[in-house]
Design a protein around this ligand. Structure first.
Ligand SMILES: [Zn+2]
Length: 576
């Protein structure tokens, strides 16, 4: 035995009621026994968990750590929030495969959707791979703190085969053949599935659509077929207007594979939209198709400046601003002053749309941080409020104010998923899977890496929308089953020892704060965990009551199973 955790309140991940005063024994990275009063062995460490709860480590199925993993094997801050396994490559935004000549193109595509500066990506990404198989090998050589599984991503695939044309047109039959071959190879190398996006807010630098958005129906169908040909793989998609649930049901019927559909968020301007999707998913499931809707338990709060105004970027009229974002500040300021530009934006906002991040809810955007000291009294007031006080149109007010502050004002938008009644119904829907942390992306807009702690602390303990055991199941065994991840997500003999020890009375996530620790000193938002006392990955403790443990980060743990000094595994084999 390597160690024993004693007297914990054990949530085993199954959704069953917890077992009080329970011991868990770990040896060789795996759980060997679970029960009351397990025999103590002399010389073996016993961790007294009296008054604490123990659950399987959280599986975060919707992350974007594809770039960060190459310079930060910790995948900070996820492990501190109890996450022991991450799935990357969601929405198809992976960085493999990538030709050495296309690296800049790939990074430029990512900068906008990841909310990370191009300088950070250029300074940070370690490019010691070309194929998807090389990429997994490179991560394995480097070692990683949490376990990692990766989708092969549609946008990377398209760029690899089509170069610049990937963002311009549909694929030719030859190009499609080449893409299918790469999907087949990636599945053989250990991809967890194939991921894509058709969502209108997914744009690369300069407002160019992400490559996957240019795919036609044949391309999507053939790539999903190539993924599933070996009887393996989950298809993941962030959907847009064209790829509605009936279309996806049809595709699922053809491929016979499970589908995970993102991003189902509650939109107050289309309050039944997500529920209609969940009902359609339910009907498809009754017809035997394994469809899941990915939902979020976090309000979608975004911090942004008018240098890169993500909430407005799904507007066609915002295209000219996206072209200038990050390139020419003065030209951008001039554009914001242009009355024709404003009129076009205003006209589009007045036209109803199915999938759009921002629909003119000016009461949901506030000034968070003014650039000029004299404007600080305006902080934490909404644009609707400030504009009406000034007798101005809200768009005019915001653009004038931002320009006067040299586009340095930080605004916060709370656009989606803030109606707790609706979100409570979504996260308890049997056709939904709670995920969408987007950890590793949107780094300047928000940080939901602690989504699991929020589900447990806010939704289970505080609001009691679900029980604690249901919340634990939602974060552990359920995603393990959806994605076919073997021997994880449960506490039981033979399972890998991925564990989180926590105080059920206080667990949650702390306030967000800005930190300048990305490559090239670029900023990101992070949050701290509350009430997490211990996290183990494959039997190695990586977090204690003081936070992350240095040796887990440094890669100096003795005798890790893969010899890298870091405890995580690159997951390559999945249940069919
Ligand atoms: Zn995503």
């Amino acid at each position: 035995m390597d160690f024993l955790i004693s007297n914990a309140l054990v949530f085993d991940g199954s959704g069953a009621a917890p077992r009080p005063d329970c011991d868990v024994a770990v040896s060789g990275g795996r759980i060997t026994a679970v029960g009351k009063n397990l025999p103590r062995e002399t010389g073996v460490e016993t961790i007294d968990a009296e008054g604490l709860a123990l659950m399987p480590g959280i599986i975060d199925s919707h992350t974007h750590y594809d770039a960060q993993v190459t310079w930060d094997p910790t995948l900070d801050p996820s492990p501190s929030h109890g996450v022991t396994t991450v799935i990357m490559g969601n929405c198809g935004f992976s960085i493999a495969p990538c030709h050495p000549g296309d690296r800049d193109l790939t990074m430029r595509n990512l900068t906008q959707v990841e909310g990370m500066s191009l300088e950070a990506l250029r300074a940070g990404i370690v490019w010691d791979f070309e194929s998807f198989a090389d990429y997994l090998d490179a991560i394995e050589r480097q070692g990683v703190v949490p376990n990692v599984a990766a989708f092969v991503g549609h946008s990377a695939l398209r760029t690899y085969v089509m170069k610049q044309a990937a963002v311009e047109r549909a694929a030719t039959p030859d190009e499609l053949d080449a893409m299918c071959g790469i999907v087949t190879d990636a599945m053989a190398a250990g991809a967890i599935g194939f991921a894509t996006s058709t969502a209108p807010q997914h744009n690369g630098a300069g407002g160019v659509p992400m490559p996957s958005r240019l795919a036609d129906d044949t391309e999507l169908e053939e790539l999903v077929r190539a993924m599933g040909a070996g009887g393996q793989g989950v298809f993941m998609l962030t959907k847009g207007d064209r790829t509605d649930v009936p279309y996806l049901e049809d595709l699922a019927a053809k491929s016979g594979r499970p589908f995970v559909i993102a991003a189902l968020l509650h939109n107050p301007t289309n309050p039944d939209g997500t529920f209609a999707d969940l009902r359609a998913i339910n009907e498809a499931r009754r017809r035997g198709r394994e469809l899941w809707g990915q939902v979020s338990c976090c309000p979608l709060t975004m911090d942004f400046t008018m240098q890169s105004a993500y909430p407005l970027e799904s507007l066609t009229a915002w295209q000219p601003a996206m072209k200038l974002a990050g390139a020419d500040l003065n030209a951008l300021k001039a554009l914001y002053g242009d009355m024709e530009f404003r009129a076009a934006v205003r006209a589009e906002l007045e036209t109803p749309a199915g999938v759009r991040l921002f629909n003119g809810e000016w009461d949901k955007i506030a000034v968070t941080q003014a650039a000029r000291p004299e404007n600080q009294p305006l902080e934490h007031r909404t644009i609707a409020d400030l504009a009406s006080e000034a007798g101005a149109d809200p768009l005019d007010w915001m653009l004038n104010f931002a320009v006067a502050e040299n586009l340095e004002t930080v605004f916060t938008a709370v656009l989606l998923n803030s109606d707790e009644d609706a979100v409570g119904r979504m996260i308890t829907d049997p056709n939904a899977s709670v995920a969408l942390s987007d950890a590793g992306a949107h780094l300047t807009f928000f940080c939901d890496a602690g989504f699991g702690l929020h589900l447990i602390g806010h939704w289970a303990r505080r609001l009691q929308v679900l029980t604690l055991e249901q919340a634990v199941h939602e974060l552990t065994a359920k995603p393990a089953d959806i994605f076919g991840i073997p021997d994880r997500g449960r506490i039981g003999p033979g399972q890998w020892a991925d564990l989180m020890l926590f105080d059920a009375n206080t667990v949650g996530r702390g306030a967000k704060r800005r930190q300048f620790d990305l490559p090239a000193g670029a900023p990101r938002l992070v949050t701290d965990a509350v009430g997490v006392v211990g996290v183990w990955i494959n039997g190695e403790r990586v977090v204690d009551a003081n936070g992350a443990i240095d040796r887990a980060i440094d890669g100096t743990i003795d005798g890790t199973i893969d010899g890298t000094g870091r405890p995580g595994h690159v997951l390559r084999e999945f249940n069919a």
